[in-house]
Design a protein around this ligand. Structure first.
Ligand code: ATP
Ligand code: MG
Length: 447
C-alpha cells in the first residue's frame, strides 16, 4: 500500500480524552474513531489489525474441532424469556421494538440462541460432542464505557458453545478451550494468566478468566511468580487426547492465580511462599465457563441417550474479546515513540521509507524493493509522500510496524539501504538484495 493513497489520519498530539496508552496510540495512529460513547469506527489501520486478531482466534478454534457459524446481532426476546434472563439482564441489554411492536434486543451474548439452534438440529447422543462458535458484534450498554475499544458498548467477541452428553465429556470440551486460549494469546505475544473466576451454581474449577498484566487493568490480580516461567509458547497437544489436554490445564490451574472477586488471602499465603507472591493489575481478554444444564434444561435442549432416555445436554460458553485484544496487545507492547506490533498481528509487516521522493534513483530503488517484497507475500506500507524525513520516522515509529526499510540517495551511492527493527530499535545497513532476503526470512521464516 502506498501511503500517498492510503487513509491513515495521524494525530500529532495526544487526544485529551484518552486516559490509557492503548487508547491514545490507537487514536494517534488513526486506527479508530469514536462515533458515540463506546461505539467506534474501525479505520483501515485498525481494521487490518482486527482482522489479523480475528484470524488467529479462528485458526485456534478450528484446530480444536470447533465449527464456525454466524448468528445475528438482533435477537427476539422470546428465547430470553424462556431462560429467565430477559428480566434478569438489566439495563446493559439494549432493548428494541420492531414495527410490529415485538420485543427485540441487540445480543449481549448468545447462549439462548445457540442452545435453541442446537436443540433443533441434534436429536441423538451420537451427534455429540459439538462446539459451535461465531465471531460477531455484541452490544452491552455499559455504565461506564471507557478506554476506547477496551470497554466499548459495541464490541467484537468470539463466543463458542460446547455441548456434551456427560459432565465428564463437558470437562474435556472446557479443557480444550482452555488450551486453545493459551495458544491464541501466545501467538499474539501475550502472556495471559488463567485465573479462577466466579462459577455460579456449578462451583468447582469450572470458570477461568484469562488476564494479561497491565497497570491500567480494571482488576486487581494475585498470582504465583511461577507463571513467569511457564511455557507460553505454542505447545502442541493432541486435542483428542483427554489426558494430554488435562495435563496442560493442570499445569496452569495448580498454581494460584485469582482476580479480586475470587482472591482469598489466607489461601494465597498458604499456597504461595512470600517471595513468590505477586500482585498487580490485569485486563480480562477471555473468559471460559462450564455451566452444565443451566440453559439446556429450560430451553429443552435434550437428546436421546444410549438407552433411549431424554438427557439434557451439558454445555459451556467461551468468550474472547476480539476487539479488546487490539488494545490489550498495545498495552503489552509499546514504547514512548508508539506501538510495537508483534509480527502476527501487525497491520503491515514492513514500512518502506523513501527519504527523497522525486529523486530518480531513490524512487527506482524503492519501487523495486516494494515490488519484490509484495511479490514475496509481505504486506508493505510504502511511504512515498513528500513529508520531511523526521516526520516519516516519527510516523513509522508511532504505527509500530515490525520493520522499517529506509532508502535514501546517500546510502544508495554506497550501495546500501537501512533496516530498522522496531522492537529494540536495532539498525543495520546492507545491500537492497540482502535487505529483501532478511525481511522475507524474518516475516515468512527460513525458506
Ligand atoms: P468484564 O468483566 O470486562 O465486563 P465480562 O466478564 O462481562 O467482561 P464476558 O461476558 O466474559 O465479559 O465476555 C467475554 C469477553 O468479551 C471478555 O473476556 C472481554 O474480553 C470481552 N468484553 C466484555 N465486555 C466488553 C466490552 N464492554 N468491551 C470490549 N470487550 C468486552
Ligand atoms: Mg468475563
Amino acid at each position: 500500500m502506498r501511503l500517498s493513497r492510503f487513509f491513515m489520519p495521524i494525530l500529532r498530539d495526544t487526544p485529551k480524552e484518552a486516559e490509557i496508552i492503548s487508547h491514545q496510540l490507537m487514536l494517534r495512529a488513526g486506527m479508530i474513531r469514536q462515533e458515540s460513547a463506546g461505539i467506534y469506527s474501525w479505520l483501515p489501520m485498525g481494521f487490518k489489525v482486527l482482522k489479523r486478531i480475528e484470524q488467529i482466534v479462528r485458526e485456534e478454534q478450528d484446530r480444536t474441532g470447533a465449527i464456525e457459524v454466524l448468528m445475528p446481532t438482533i435477537q427476539s426476546a422470546d428465547l430470553w424469556r424462556k431462560s429467565g434472563r430477559y428480566d434478569a439482564y438489566g439495563p446493559e441489554m439494549l432493548r428494541i421494538k420492531d414495527r410490529g411492536e415485538r420485543d427485540m434486543l441487540y445480543g449481549p451474548t448468545n447462549e439462548e440462541m445457540i442452545t435453541d439452534i442446537f436443540r433443533q438440529g441434534v436429536k441423538s447422543y451420537k451427534e455429540l460432542p459439538r462446539n459451535l462458535y461465531h465471531i460477531q458484534w455484541k452490544f452491552r450498554d455499559e455504565r461506564r464505557p471507557r478506554f476506547g475499544i477496551m470497554r466499548g458498548r459495541e464490541f467484537l467477541m468470539k463466543d463458542a458453545y460446547s455441548f456434551d452428553l456427560t459432565a465428564e465429556a463437558g470437562k474435556h470440551s472446557y479443557n480444550k478451550m482452555f488450551v486453545a486460549y493459551l495458544r491464541t494469546f501466545a501467538r499474539m505475544g501475550l502472556k495471559a494468566i488463567p485465573m479462577r473466576a466466579d462459577t455460579g451454581p456449578i462451583g468447582g474449577d469450572s470458570s477461568h478468566e484469562f488476564l494479561i498484566l497491565a497497570d491500567t487493568g480494571e482488576s486487581a490480580v494475585f498470582f504465583d511468580r511461577d507463571f513467569y516461567d511457564m511455557n507460553w509458547n505454542e505447545f502442541s497437544v493432541d486435542y483428542d487426547n483427554v489426558g494430554d489436554v488435562a495435563k496442560v490445564v493442570g499445569e496452569f490451574t495448580s498454581k494460584y492465580a485469582a482476580s479480586d472477586e475470587k482472591h482469598d488471602t489466607t489461601e494465597f499465603e498458604k499456597r504461595v511462599s512470600e517471595a513468590k507472591r505477586m500482585s498487580g493489575r490485569g485486563i480480562e481478554i477471555g473468559h471460559i465457563f462450564f455451566f452444565g444444564d443451566k440453559y439446556t434444561k429450560p430451553l429443552g435442549c435434550v437428546v436421546q441417550g444410549p438407552t433411549g432416555e431424554q438427557i439434557a445436554l451439558q454445555s459451556g460458553s467461551y468468550g474472547i474479546g476480539v476487539s479488546r485484544l487490539a488494545a490489550a496487545v498495545i498495552e503489552a507492547s509499546h514504547d514512548t515513540a508508539g506501538i510495537i506490533w508483534p509480527m502476527q498481528v501487525a497491520p503491515f509487516q514492513v514500512g518502506l521509507i523513501n527519504l527523497k521522493v522525486g529523486d530518480a534513483a531513490t524512487d527506482a530503488a524503492c519501487a523495486d524493493l516494494y515490488a519484490k517484497l509484495e511479490k514475496a507475500g509481505i504486506d508493505v506500507l510504502y511511504d512515498d509522500t513528500d513529508e520531511r524525513a523526521g516526520g516519516k520516522f516519527a510516523t513509522m515509529d508511532l504505527i509500530g510496524l515490525p520493520f522499517q526499510l529506509v532508502v535514501g540517495p546517500k546510502g544508495l551511492k554506497d550501495g546500501v539501504v537501512e533496516v530498522k527493527t522496531r522492537a529494540g530499535g536495532a539498525k543495520e545497513t546492507m545491500t537492497a538484495e540482502a535487505a529483501v532476503s532478511k525481511l522475507v526470512e524474518a516475516v515468512k521464516g527460513k525458506p
